[in-house]
Design a protein around this ligand. Structure first.
Ligand code: NAI
Ligand code: A1CAB
Length: 291
């Protein structure tokens, strides 16, 4: 995970939950003096700086611009960013869900090196997985050029997986970008079920959290298939078997997971259309409330 050379200077636009999860990873890996932008206050260790808006950027010329605002903010932020990207020639890495590289390039004035990435929040502890996609124009060698630079940055947050087709980003986002939320929901449901069955709340919390993190640890440390790890818990005619008979009914978890991934992938695809419509809308552009 750690890289030998310092990471390049960055302009992080949108220093919220995902942006800061990554920024923490980059700080730990040694980052050239960088700037993080968001409207609300933020303490950063020197020489890094926080700015409340891009208008305060002055002469700072980053090597990489990372865009981590909400996709709904893109129509407002991209035109502000365009002159900065054009004059610095910076590589742009967008982690905005759904926003495709062609729309990004167009909104940034054209001729921009744009990479699309989809990290996830375990990036904050260096155990994330980031999807990455670069258009063919950026070359296909992950060892040099823009792809190598993006790999170095994303690797500070965990695994990096390059996708060959941009359309794969939508279903892949539904799996790994959103995936931590599904796991946390499972933790919530297990905890609530434990309480409903009479266990004291602190014990319910410990059992739910440790069961999920310990099982995740096994998946991480063993190459065994998930199905085999599941079978190792399931004694014939035992206790687990009864629970799985409920969960594995075709209309239970298999159908629910399928429908959930389908819905998330479709939403990811919709977001690019929403950006196109917002950029085509007559000025002044609609500005959404700041989160
Ligand atoms: N939260 C997650 O698990 C993941 C999020 N993403 C993507 O990351 C992006 C950010 O998501 P979150 O961090 O969850 O949202 P967030 O709301 O925590 O972060 C967005 C940040 O952008 C700031 N912001 C708003 N307007 C701005 C402007 N004009 N200039 C600069 N900063 C501005 C907000 O104040 C906020 O701090 C989204 O595009 C999302 O699709 C991608 C992967 C996972
Ligand atoms: O919910 C979202 O839209 C973002 C993208 C993946 C995770 N969070």
């Amino acid at each position: 995970m750690s890289t030998s050379k310092p990471l390049p200077s960055l302009l992080l636009v949108g220093a919220g939950k995902m942006g800061m999860a990554m920024f923490e990873g980059w700080l730990a890996d040694g980052l050239a003096p960088s700037v993080a932008v968001r409207p609300s206050p933020l303490d950063l260790p020197a020489p890094h700086r926080h700015l409340a808006s891009l208008a305060e950027l002055g002469g700072f010329r980053p090597q990489v611009v990372v865009i981590a605002v909400k996709p709904q903010k893109a129509a407002q932020v991209l035109p502000e960013l365009a002159p900065i990207v054009q004059s610095s020639g910076a590589l742009v890495i967008s982690v905005m869900a759904g926003i495709d590289t062609a729309s990004l390039d167009r909104a940034l004035g054209g001729g921009v090196s744009c990479i699309r990435a989809m990290p996830n929040t375990p990036a904050a502890i260096g155990r994330g997985v980031s999807l990455a996609y670069a258009p063919l124009g950026l070359g296909d060698d992950v060892r040099r050029g823009p792809r190598a630079l993006a790999t170095r940055l994303l690797a500070a947050c965990g695994d990096v997986v390059w996708l060959e087709e941009e359309a794969q980003m939508d279903p892949a986002t539904a799996i790994s970008g959103c995936g931590p939320a599904y796991v946390f929901l499972l933790a919530e449901l297990l905890e609530a079920a434990a309480v409903a069955h009479g266990l004291p709340a602190p014990i319910a919390r410990q059992l739910a959290r440790r069961t999920i993190s310990g099982s995740g640890g096994l998946l991480d440390l063993r190459s065994t298939d998930a199905a085999e790890l599941r079978r190792a818990v399931t004694s014939p005619n035992g206790v687990t078997e009864r629970a799985l008979a409920v969960l594995m009914q075709p209309r239970a978890w298999p159908a629910a997971i399928d429908a959930a991934i389908d819905a998330a992938a479709r939403r990811s695809a919709e977001l690019a259309d929403e950006l196109s419509r917002a950029l085509a809308a007559p000025s002044p552009r609609r500005v959404t409330r700041d989160e």
